[in-house]
Ligand binder design. Structure first.
Ligand code: FEO
Length: 395
């Protein structure tokens, strides 16, 4: 990625990772970017770095603007290695004595990743750093999404450097929201929220209320991944306000796996019943759809219906994987039900019910079990379960 000037004296010097397809369990089918920002004033500051393997490219980008040795300050908004992995190479190049500004938790966490005696400057909420004619203000955003996370605001240009917040795992020729259609960028932003930030919805809601209450204006929001919001930063703020509420849509998903297509036949009969009630619904086969795509669908669905065969008295392994993933993300305001085919013991439905109840799903049915292959009556029962789900969604 070529460095680009995004405002007077402010440059995006980040890199594009075109080839990453799995970001610790999140499908990144189009790759992603690691954005980093250089502010050139009387003093020069670098905000965030990139993954370690891209540090050379970052330094090349910086070199096209200034000699990296002229950087006076490094700001670390977030310790996670996609933004700090390049720190050691950057510090080696710019000078190991250069100060690193980070949150108080960043001051605890960075040394646990890098055993170097760097000159850390832990900052407080609202603390400022003057670069000359420009001023940085640090905003603590603890647990959005790591304890060390913070935002940095460039007062004079009204630019927010928002770390992971408002980001998207998206790599393309576009750099700004006015170069890409809203549906595409918002889809990737929603996927990011659903898979990385959803469990912190309440924190994010409070932060947004606090920031909006402070009357801070944003001309531009620069996340560390994906597209920069400059045409209409309010659009992504409004989307976050809505997403934080986790208000479900009139929509259902039927998430299942199958051994010999019996549970799949049940899934399709349930889907037909839901459709009959006029509710949009998708059947999602767990070994055909990536869990992070499924979670994006789950995010705004009112009903999540799970189907699993029984294998060796247990859930099918893909269901166990998905339940672990979904449980960690803490979806709210869902209704649920379970179904599955079995051969002789048939524990899967009971196990699914238990997991969904633990996640505080409103269970609308005790669940459907079918021995071996569903016959006409069994499929009719599945269809009726689907209708019940559709009716519950319609309220
Ligand atoms: Fe993009 Fe939490 O790192």
């Amino acid at each position: 990625m070529e460095p680009i000037q995004i405002a007077e004296g402010v440059f995006d010097v980040g890199v594009t990772d075109w080839n990453i397809r799995d970001f610790h369990g999140y499908s990144t089918d189009l790759g992603t970017t690691y954005n980093a920002f250089l502010i050139v004033d009387e003093k020069i500051a670098l905000i965030d770095t990139v993954r370690e393997e891209f540090a050379g490219e970052l330094l090349d980008n910086i070199s096209r603007i200034v000699d990296p040795k002229k950087i006076d300050y490094v700001v670390s908004n977030h310790t996670e290695m996609d933004h700090s992995g390049g720190l050691a190479r950057v510090m080696h190049r710019i000078g190991e004595d250069k100060p690193i500004y980070c949150s108080k938790m960043g001051h605890k966490n960075l040394p646990q990743h890098f055993s170097r005696a760097w000159d850390y400057h832990p900052v407080s909420q609202g603390e400022e750093l003057s670069l000359g004619s420009k001023t940085l203000t640090f905003v603590e955003t603890r647990m959005i999404h790591w304890p060390d996370s913070m935002f940095t605001y460039l007062n004079e240009n009204q630019i927010l450097f928002s770390s992971d917040g408002f980001g998207q795992h998206y790599a393309g020729p576009e750099r700004f929201d006015d170069e890409i259609d809203d549906a595409t960028v918002l889809h990737h932003a929603k996927k990011y929220f659903a898979n990385i930030l959803m469990l912190y919805s309440t924190h994010i809601q409070k932060l947004l209320e606090k920031v909006m209450g402070m009357g801070i204006e944003f001309k531009m929001i620069c996340p560390d991944h994906g597209i920069i919001w400059r045409k209409n930063p309010q659009k992504i703020i409004d989307a976050y306000v809505s997403w934080c509420r986790q208000e479900p849509q009139k929509k259902a998903v039927v998430v299942y796996d199958t051994m010999w297509h019996s549970t799949e036949k049940m899934a399709h009969a349930i889907v037909a019943g839901i459709k009959q009630e006029g509710v949009p619904v998708k059947p999602l086969h767990l070994r055909k759809w990536h869990r992070s795509e499924i979670m994006t669908e789950v995010f705004d669905a009112k009903a999540v219906i799970l189907g699993s065969p029984t294998l060796n008295n247990q859930l099918y392994p893909s269901l166990a994987d998905f339940l672990t993933y979904m449980k960690g993300l803490k979806p709210l305001n869902k209704i649920g039900a379970a179904f599955g085919s079995y051969g002789w013991s048939g524990e899967a439905v009971k196990l699914l019910n238990k997991e969904l109840e633990a996640m505080k799903f409103e269970m609308i049915d005790p669940g459907l079990r079918v021995q071996y292959v569903p016959d006409e009556d069994s499929l009719e029962a599945c269809y009726e379960l689907g209708r019940k789900v559709g009716q519950a969604i319609n309220g």
